[in-house]
Ligand binder design. Structure first.
Ligand code: PEP
Ligand code: MN
Length: 338
């Protein structure tokens, strides 16, 4: 159920509705919107009688939410959610570029990429410190040292940083150093981790699971939002299909549908989505053209010697020229740049 408040509802009127929902033994979730506030109700088995709210001022409507994702769907909030970090916005017509190495490998490597991202007009620096690798023998990341290097790069360039949080144990550490918490594809349905990041007040970027449906991704986002964290970014990073010529199948059609289903910003990661550096540019261009709220790309000063994901990493010069193209496309389709 969803209680839609009238556009001019006061704080006291909203609080009265929240209190009434609690008195009924349910959980209220306040969803701020551009036009009006809505209050989602969870914990109820069947429909809640609208008459229970009839005496409260400021209530415009009480409606049934038809979808299982009650908070992240467009029913709860018709207008786009804008996630802002360090002066950069995603959603609501804003497209931001996140770029950086797959893994933070060294100070020189990270700073070289960070400076290039900044110079090319990028908005957010990415870099893995805790790396969830398929093989236990592969490079697992610099861990805390990687977080400190990201902090140094942030201080030098002014770029906010995004890095993956791999488990609940390291969340306090990653939360301290990162501006956006990334939940990796392999953890999309790690429900304890989703609940834990839902309890923080840092923006979270949730990557689509290796073989997750769009509905499953939205339910995963619902875990985060139901804990009170509304700053969620969804990321399409390719799914596993029968195709083997590409690392994954980047579901750009799904991105269009996802944006219609949810008010949350949607970012496209063509690097993991295709796994081949020469295909990253064309797919990034397509993502901006279709109205994605962001693009995440892997960039490395020397992809041939990268400790992870070299084959899909862009050289700095190629990234820089691609950024000029993306910016022009963003202009043509009427998107604000970050
Ligand atoms: C990454 O972005 O560093 C990463 C590991 O991606 P994914 O979780 O999508 O595989
Ligand atoms: Mn990677």
């Amino acid at each position: 159920m969803l209680i839609v408040m009238s556009p001019g509802a006061s704080r006291a009127e909203i609080d009265a509705v929240l209190g009434r929902v609690r008195d009924l033994g349910f959980a209220p979730h306040e969803i701020p919107g551009a036009q009006r506030v809505a209050i989602g109700i969870t914990g109820n088995d069947g429909p809640v009688d609208a008459d229970r709210f009839a005496d409260l001022r400021g209530v415009a409507d009480v409606v049934r939410v038809s979808k299982p994702y009650k908070l992240v769907g467009r029913e709860a909030k018709p207008d786009d959610t804008i996630v802002s970090v360090g002066g950069v916005a995603m959603g609501g017509g804003h497209t931001a570029i996140m770029a950086g190495p797959c893994a933070v490998e060294s100070r020189d490597q990270l700073l070289a990429v960070a400076r290039a991202v900044k110079a090319a007009g990028g908005h957010i620096l990415r870099g893995g410190a805790f790396k969830p690798r398929t093989s236990p023998y592969a490079f697992q990341g610099l861990k805390e040292e990687g977080l400190r290097l990201l902090d140094e790069a942030r201080r030098e360039t002014g770029l906010p940083v995004i890095t993956e949080v791999k488990d609940v144990e390291t969340l306090p550490l990653v939360e301290k150093w990162s501006d956006i918490l990334q939940i990796g594809a392999r953890n999309m349905q790690n429900f304890s981790l989703l609940e834990a990041v839902g309890g923080t007040r840092k923006p979270v970027m949730l990557k689509r699971g290796l073989s997750a449906t769009i509905a499953e991704m939205l339910m995963a986002a619902e875990y985060i939002m139901s804990r009170g964290n509304h700053q969620i970014i969804l990321c399409e990073r390719g799914i596993r299909t029968f195709e083997t010529a590409t690392r994954n199948t980047l579901d750009l059609g799904g991105v269009v549908v996802l944006r219609a289903m949810s008010h949350l910003p949607v970012v496209v990661d063509p690097s993991h989505g295709v796994g081949l550096w020469y295909a990253v540019g064309p797919l990034a261009r397509a993502a901006v053209a279709l109205g994605a709220d962001g693009v995440m790309m892997e960039v490395h000063p020397d992809p041939a010697h990268a400790l992870s994901d070299g084959p899909q990493s862009l050289r700095i010069d190629r990234f820089t020229s691609l950024m000029g193209e993306l910016r022009r496309i963003a202009d043509v389709v009427g998107r604000a740049w970050g």
